[in-house]
Design a protein around this ligand. Structure first.
Ligand SMILES: CC(C)(COP(=O)(O)OP(=O)(O)OC[C@H]1O[C@@H](n2cnc3c(N)ncnc32)[C@H](O)[C@@H]1OP(=O)(O)O)[C@@H](O)C(=O)NCCC(=O)NCCS
Length: 382
């Protein structure tokens, strides 16, 4: 047997490729998409423009954005056969399972399905970004016992998502809230779901197979499921005055407080900072439920930062503050992770296409620590 190598458990700290898509400075708490600070994009850009930037590596001209929007808007309708399967499945299965299944059906209805050229992959990426938003909204409708709402091509990406979910045209403010949330979730380097996407695609399968794997990885509470878990925690706390005791008990019991900590950020997550600014508005202008959730969050944040912030580098992440913001625009809890998938689809696609420019099969090693040369005992003697 070989000497035991150094094992990078969870691939922590391991670089496996180069990328020009996102830069995360975990120590300073900075995030850039294609060189642009996330704060600048959240303030000035739209989700559609950010998608273009992430996919093509540059900000679009007016004509380029118009053409990109045209393609996105014309890819929104869900194929009836896919919708039928979703309708059957969504009533019983977890929304992420339905979404994963629906996305994996798409090659059956795509003329570009098995064309792996960069041009075809770009077309498929645009369709995927469009479809995943429609599917997320449709899952919400089906689970709410409501009829499917056909897309409205006069609306923006986020506006149409809310329209397909709620059946009514959203206010400009609500559409902008979703737009910003989608910008903040669009891309984040080689996180677990992006790495999974790339690992699946590195076998030269195809972009649909790769992002289906990405959706599977996003589902877990240590990754995309954390915003849902964080909101459930706020409901479990119940009243603002219970917050401090709840957090103390969680820490004493060595339980993870959802929405805090990050493998890369050891400083305040810049996306959380942007979302926190929404909360200050929500405290004044929203329902009693949202005001209460917000009050609990701000108290929880204060105590966590005091206890674990500087001391251990555990700060709020993007998922901590998202819950009340989503609740304020009518997104049900169970759609938080599918909406994350709808935002991150662009990051998955961009990374996959970038990796394919210089593809290498991803095949790490595990160190075998079991026994060897065991004597085979026949069944009758065991
Ligand atoms: C995201 C996460 C998996 C990254 O963590 P990681 O790099 O694997 O770090 P570890 O889980 O090894 O944690 C390191 C230490 O910080 C503590 N810690 C990390 N996150 C914590 C949290 N959310 N609440 C309380 N303690 C936490 C761990 O208990 C551990 O303490 P120890 O050194 O005393 O054993 C982790 O912070 C976590 O589970 N957070 C909650 C889920 C979440 O919000 N995920 C969304 C990420 S965007």
């Amino acid at each position: 047997m070989t000497d035991k190598p150094i094992i990078d458990h969870g691939l922590e700290g391991v670089y496996y490729t180069e990328s020009k898509i996102a830069m995360i400075d975990g120590h300073l708490g900075r995030l850039y998409y294609r060189g642009y600070p996330i704060e600048t994009l959240a303030q000035n850009s739209s989700f559609e423009e950010v998608c273009y930037l992430i996919l093509y590596g540059k900000l679009p001209s007016m004509m380029e954005l118009d053409s990109f929007n045209y393609q996105l808007r014309n890819s929104r309708e869900i194929n009836p056969s896919v919708l039928a399967v979703m309708t059957e499945m969504a009533q019983k299965a977890d929304p992420m399972d339905t979404l994963r299944t629906a996305i994996s059906m798409l090659p059956g209805y795509d003329i570009d399905a098995y064309d792996n050229s960069n041009e075809a992959n770009m077309r498929k990426s645009i369709r995927l970004i469009s479809q995943v938003a429609s599917m997320t909204a449709a899952i919400g409708r089906i689970r709410g016992g409501k009829e499917y709402v056909a897309p409205d091509s006069s609306l923006s990406h986020s506006g149409n998502f809310l329209y397909m979910l709620n059946g009514a045209k959203p206010t400009e403010n609500d559409a902008r809230v979703i737009d910003i949330m989608m910008i903040l979730h669009a891309e984040h380097g080689s996180n677990a779901s992006t790495f999974t996407t790339i690992a699946a695609g590195s076998t030269l399968s195809d972009i649909y197979a790769a992002v289906t794997a990405g959706i599977a990885a996003l589902k877990g509470p240590l990754h995309g499921g954390a915003d849902e878990a964080a909101l459930k925690m706020l409901y479990a706390i119940g009243e603002p005055e219970n917050t401090e005791q709840y957090i103390e008990d969680a820490l004493a019991g060595r339980k993870k407080v959802m929405g805090f900590g990050h493998r890369v950020y050891k400083a305040y997550d810049p996306r959380a900072r942007i979302i926190k600014a929404f909360l200050e508005e929500l405290q004044h202008s929203s329902s009693e439920e949202v005001k209460k959730l917000t009050a609990i969050e701000l108290r929880a944040e204060k105590i966590m930062v005091e206890r674990l912030g500087n001391q251990k580098g555990i700060w709020p992440n993007v998922d901590f503050f998202s819950g009340p913001v989503y609740v304020s625009v009518g997104i049900p809890l169970e759609l938080f992770t599918p909406l994350f998938a709808a935002s991150r689809m662009v990051g998955w696609c961009a990374h996959m296409m970038e990796y394919w420019q210089d593809n290498r099969l991803i095949r790490p090693l595990d160190y075998y620590s079991g026994e060897l040369d065991l004597k085979y005992v026949p069944m009758s003697e065991r």
